[in-house]
Design a protein around this ligand. Structure first.
Ligand SMILES: [Zn+2]
Length: 299
């Protein structure tokens, strides 16, 4: 059942007694929009859904200017996994693979794999990128490692996705305050993470956010902040596609024009938006200034 008030939403909360802050993300329509872009094999679809939920989850407790992306590149059958959430709560994502894809996708078994978390804005030239080692089979474990590597604040992350919903829960232990009993804090953290461990995937996917939090943490005085709406959205534009074509160089652009009767068609992999360029457009964009640096990821 669709409920516009419980899907595509990010909840921040505080477990005051335990000294723990958290984020809960629940995606419905936004995730289905991403999932429908390709005929993803079931294990990859699940992993992509988890990655999309995680990209929103990681924006929950940071001041974001631009976007946060999670990108995994490997030399294996799973070639690319990408998800992004902007500071406006717009989400997009995709995966590329070659058949046959193994039935179970263990991240720590992938060859030459790098997972990158990038935060910031290309346009404003302010980007921070963290590379994360793939020492766990599942994405949640890999991201927990990222927090230990980058922030030293322990985090517990749970991710689940099916064809309908993608849900992520993150808990972070707040820094010890001066004079507070550290042993007591450890106890509370253990208690809260233990409660989280009882959470089944099916329950997580089928329960509305507030209900889920109260069910899990009703003894921990949950304080909920105003929820933030999320939604599918793509940041592609004719300018970005033009810059991508320019970066390919004249020879490739000429070849593309020749291959399609003098017209280049670029279809955005994220949102299926079509961009068309004829010879005059192509000449115009090639004569513009030097190409800015381009990433491998589609724009
Ligand atoms: Zn697009």
């Amino acid at each position: 059942m669709e409920n516009p008030f419980t899907d595509d939403v990010l909840h921040r909360f505080l477990l005051e007694r335990a000294g723990v802050r958290g984020v809960l993300v629940r995606l419905g329509p936004a995730w289905r929009e991403v999932a429908a872009r390709a005929d993803y094999p079931a294990p990859l679809r699940e992993l992509l859904g988890q990655t999309l939920a995680a990209s929103a989850l990681l924006t929950g407790n940071i001041k974001l200017d631009g976007a946060l992306s999670i990108e995994l590149k490997t030399q294996d059958a799973l070639r690319l996994l990408f998800a992004e959430c902007t500071d406006q709560g717009r989400l997009r994502g995709l995966a590329r693979w070659s058949d046959p894809l193994p039935p179970a996708l263990a991240l720590d078994a992938l060859g030459d794999a790098v997972l990158a978390i990038t935060i910031g804005s290309v346009e404003r030239g302010q980007r921070y990128q963290g590379l994360v080692a793939l020492q766990q089979a599942d994405l949640a474990g890999v991201l927990e490692n990222y927090f230990i590597q980058s922030e030293q604040l322990p985090a517990r992350i749970v991710l689940a996705a099916d064809g309908e919903h993608a849900v992520g829960l993150m808990l972070q232990k707040l820094p010890d305050e001066g004079g507070r009993d550290a042993a007591h804090d450890d106890d509370a953290w253990n208690r809260v993470t233990h409660l989280t461990a009882t959470l089944g995937k099916a329950e997580m996917l089928s329960t509305a956010p507030e209900q889920l939090l109260y069910r899990l943490f009703h003894e921990e005085s949950v304080r909920l902040f105003e929820p933030r709406p999320l939604g599918f959205g793509c940041t592609c534009s004719r300018e970005r596609v033009s810059a991508m074509l320019r970066s390919l160089g004249r020879d490739e652009v000429e070849a593309a024009l020749a291959a399609r009767d003098g017209e280049i068609e670029v279809i955005c992999e994220f949102c299926a938006q079509q961009y068309h360029f004829d010879r005059i457009d192509a000449e115009h964009l090639l004569s513009e200034g030097a190409a800015p640096e381009q990433s491998q990821t589609p724009q």
